[in-house]
Design a protein around this ligand. Structure first.
Ligand code: A2P
Length: 275
């Protein structure tokens, strides 16, 4: 029988508190700070963890008897040997105020179960897949964009990423520019992924909220593509609460129906981690 506690491969520093049941203790492999609000970290992957690309797990730190856990979309694909996460830093956030200080070799806690609605199996097949994200809401799409299953189901993938300023867009730009050269998935992604990055509080080549850009038609003009249509398209949405509500209303007004694993449909929605 498997022990409920599994240790990653790298050496883990001694932990000050007992580890709760059903929690993996994993090791930080790397950390990259993009801005004073955003950072990326990679951890070892428990051998027993199975998840679908696009799902989230609960992450915590071994710094208290009852650690605080928060939902984090896995940004790496299901086949990856490590787990990648893209996180916000909230100065007084119960988890991220501490999590932002992690360094390679540190321990991170992860509950055993993964779950989530942003999975390709919750959508019926179609020609185009639109991934609409703001801020750290890009994370589940970073996973799905690196999964061959996405390209088996959809011919073209459009990722939109809206942030306050240009530096916050860098993670998404690196992600998409690295896709074509990736030895494992480059052959699936080449010529099939389009990134549309926009800013709302700093000048850039595309400015404005994605909702406004879609409603005005500028989004379609900029990319030279047909309008969103449930007959040909599927939509996945991840970001802040208000953005989810507005984009959901927008796609519903175009005739899209929400899907789930039990009843696959035209679009799915998930809130990005906040705090
Ligand atoms: P804005 O700057 O106009 O608020 P945050 O960093 O606060 O999570 O926001 C990430 C991005 O999401 C920002 O560019 C923000 O634009 C945008 N945003 C916030 N609310 C909405 C919404 N209701 N619809 C579309 N985009 C939104």
């Amino acid at each position: 029988m498997n022990s409920p506690l599994s240790l990653g491969t790298a050496p883990v520093r001694p932990l000050a508190f007992p580890i709760p049941a059903n929690v993996h203790v994993e090791t930080v492999v790397s950390v990259k700070h993009y801005t004073d609000r955003l950072f990326l970290f990679r951890i070892t992957r428990p051998q027993s963890l199975r998840f679908r690309s696009g799902e989230f797990v609960m992450i915590g730190l071994p710094n208290a008897e009852k650690p605080v856990f928060r939902a984090y979309s896995v940004a790496s694909p299901a086949w990856d040997e490590e787990l990648e996460f893209f996180s916000i830093k909230v100065p007084d956030g119960p988890l991220t105020s501490e999590l932002q200080k992690i360094q390679p070799g540190d321990a991170v806690l992860m509950r055993h179960k993964s779950t989530g609605t942003l999975v390709v199996d919750a959508l019926t097949p179609a020609k185009r897949l639109f991934m609409i994200s703001t801020g750290t809401g890009i994370a589940p799409f970073a996973s799905l964009l690196r999964d061959p299953d996405t390209y088996e189901k959809f011919e073209q993938v459009f990722l939109t990423h809206t942030c306050r300023d240009r530096t916050e867009l860098v993670y998404g730009q690196e992600l998409v520019s690295d896709l074509a050269d990736d030895p494992l998935i480059g052959e699936f992604t080449r010529g099939r992924v389009t990134l549309y990055s926009t800013t709302t509080r700093e000048e850039s080549s595309h400015m404005g909220r994605i909702t406004a850009l879609i409603s005005s038609g500028k989004f379609y003009e900029d990319l030279g593509i047909e309008k969103l249509d449930p007959a040909t398209d599927r939509v996945m949405i991840c970001g802040s609460m208000h953005m989810l509500k507005d984009v959901k209303e927008l796609v519903e007004s175009l005739g899209f129906k929400e899907g789930s694993l039990n009843h696959p449909g035209d679009f799915v929605v998930e809130r990005a981690f906040v705090g």
